[in-house]
Design a binder for this molecule. Structure first.
Ligand code: SAM
Ligand code: SF4
Length: 355
C-alpha cells in the first residue's frame, strides 16, 4: 500500500526537524510568513463516524486509530489551554470524524472550557445522537453547534451518507434548538446529486429557524473521486436557488469571514455560500488545526504535520509546546494551490484531518 492509500501524512516528530523559524518575529501569536494570524482552532477528537459521506469517508470508514494514539480529554484540554492563554486563540471548535462518537465528549468540553476563559467553544457534528447528549454538552460549556446536512430528501441522504439516518439528524437539530442553541447553523456540501434539492433545503432551513450555508466540495474525499470539471460551483447554486428565491448581497464588513452572505427575499433571513474552491479565501485564513493524534496541521491542504502528542507525553512544559506550535504555523503554506498545474491532493481525507 502506498502512503496515499494509507492516508499517512509527513509528521515531524523530531524537534530538530521542525520547519526553520527564520525571520519569525518574536510575538506570542500564531503568525505565518504571509502576514496571517491564526486565532481559530479546530480540534479533531476522533476519526470514527456514524456516517460515510461520499465526499469525506471511504465506505468502510477510516482505519481505526489505536486507543493510545488518540489524545485524551486531559491532553486536549492542555492544548486548548496553551492555545488560548499563550497563542491568542479565541475560537475553539471540536470536530472529527464525528465528535459525538467520543463518549467523553462532555468531559473534553468541560475541561477545555475551564482553561479557555473568553474563548467560544463550539462543535461541528452530523447531529446523530445529539438529542441524547445535548444536555450534558451545554452544561459542560458548549455554546455553538454547526450541524452538517446536505439534503432533506431521505433517499438522497441515504445515498450520499451511505446510511439511512435522516430522522436521527432531524431529532438532533430539534434537540439543539430546544436547548437554546439558536440560530442553529447548518452546513451543506454542494454535490451534483443533491443540487436539485438545494432550494428545498433552504426552504426547510428558513421554516425551521436554521441558518444555512453551502460549501463547495474540496478534493478531500477518501475515495479521491473529486474532479474540478464535475464540481458544483457557487454560481451554479445561485442559479438553482434563484429559481425559487430572490437573493441579494448585503454589504460585507468582515473580509476574513469565509461565507458570503446573501439576503433571501429581501431578508432578514440569509443564506451563506462558501466558494472555498472557486474564490479561495486562503489569504485571510485564520485557522490552526490539531488532529485526533495530536499533530498540528497548519493548512487543510498541507501534509506536513508537527507532533505535539510526543511533547505532551514526554513531560514538556507549556512553553515548549507553544514554541513548537508557533514554528509549525510559521511554516504554513500560502494557499491550497488547487488551480496550480502541479496541485496534488492531500494525503489525508477531510474526516482524518478534522473539517
Ligand atoms: N462529522 C462532523 C460533521 O459532518 O459535521 C464533523 C466532521 S466533518 C469532516 C466537518 C465538515 O467538513 C462537515 O460540515 C462536512 O460537510 C465538511 N466536509 C467534509 N468533506 C468535505 C469536502 N470534501 N469538501 C468540503 N467540505 C467537506
Ligand atoms: Fe462523518 Fe462528518 Fe465525514 Fe460525513 S462529513 S463522513 S458525518 S466526518
Amino acid at each position: 500500500m502506498t502512503r496515499l492509500e494509507l492516508g499517512i501524512p509527513r509528521i515531524r516528530r523530531d524537534p530538530a526537524a521542525q520547519p526553520p523559524a527564520d525571520g519569525r518575529p518574536d510575538v506570542p501569536g500564531l503568525v505565518d510568513r504571509f502576514g496571517r494570524v491564526a486565532r481559530d482552532l479546530r480540534v479533531s477528537v476522533t476519526e470514527k463516524c456514524s456516517l460515510r459521506c461520499t465526499y469525506c469517508m471511504p465506505a468502510e470508514g477510516l482505519p481505526a486509530l489505536a486507543r493510545d494514539d488518540l489524545l485524551t480529554a486531559v491532553e486536549i484540554a492542555r492544548l486548548v489551554g496553551v492555545a488560548v492563554r499563550d497563542l491568542g486563540v479565541t475560537d475553539i471548535r471540536f470536530t472529527g470524524g464525528e465528535p459525538l462518537m467520543r463518549s467523553d465528549l462532555a468531559e473534553i468540553v468541560e475541561l477545555s472550557a475551564a482553561v479557555a476563559a473568553g474563548a467560544s467553544i463550539s462543535m461541528t457534528t452530523n447531529g446523530i445522537g445529539l438529542d441524547k447528549r445535548i444536555g450534558e454538552l451545554v452544561a459542560a460549556g458548549l455554546t455553538r453547534i454547526n450541524i452538517s446536512l446536505d439534503t432533506v430528501d431521505r433517499d438522497h441522504f441515504a445515498r450520499l451518507t451511505r446510511r439511512d439516518r435522516l430522522p436521527a439528524v432531524f431529532a438532533g437539530i430539534e434537540a439543539a434548538k430546544r436547548a437554546g442553541i439558536t440560530p442553529l447553523k447548518i452546513n451543506a456540501v454542494l454535490m451534483r446529486d443533491t443540487l436539485a434539492g438545494a432550494a428545498d433545503l433552504l426552504e426547510w432551513s428558513l421554516d425551521n429557524g436554521c441558518r444555512l450555508r453551502f460549501i463547495e466540495q474540496m478534493p478531500l474525499d477518501a475515495d479521491a473521486s473529486w474532479a474540478r470539471d464535475n464540481m458544483v460551483d457557487a454560481s451554479e447554486l445561485l442559479e438553482v436557488l434563484g429559481e425559487r428565491f430572490t437573493l441579494t448581497q448585503p454589504h460585507r464588513d468582515d473580509p476574513s469571514a469565509p461565507a458570503e452572505e446573501w439576503l433571501v427575499d429581501g431578508g432578514p433571513a440569509t443564506v451563506g455560500i462558501i466558494a472555498s474552491v472557486t474564490r479561495s479565501f486562503c489569504e485571510a485564513c485564520d485557522r490552526t488545526r490539531i488532529t485526533a493524534e495530536g499533530t498540528v496541521r497548519s493548512c487543510l491542504f498541507g501534509d506536513d504535520e508537527t507532533d505535539l502528542r510526543g511533547l505532551l507525553r514526554s513531560g514538556a512544559d507549556d512553553l515548549a509546546i507553544a514554541t513548537r506550535w508557533r514554528a509549525a504555523m510559521w511554516g504554513k503554506q500560502a494557499g491550497h494551490g488547487m488551480s496550480l498545474p502541479d496541485f496534488q491532493r492531500p494525503l489525508r481525507s477531510m474526516g482524518a484531518i478534522g473539517g
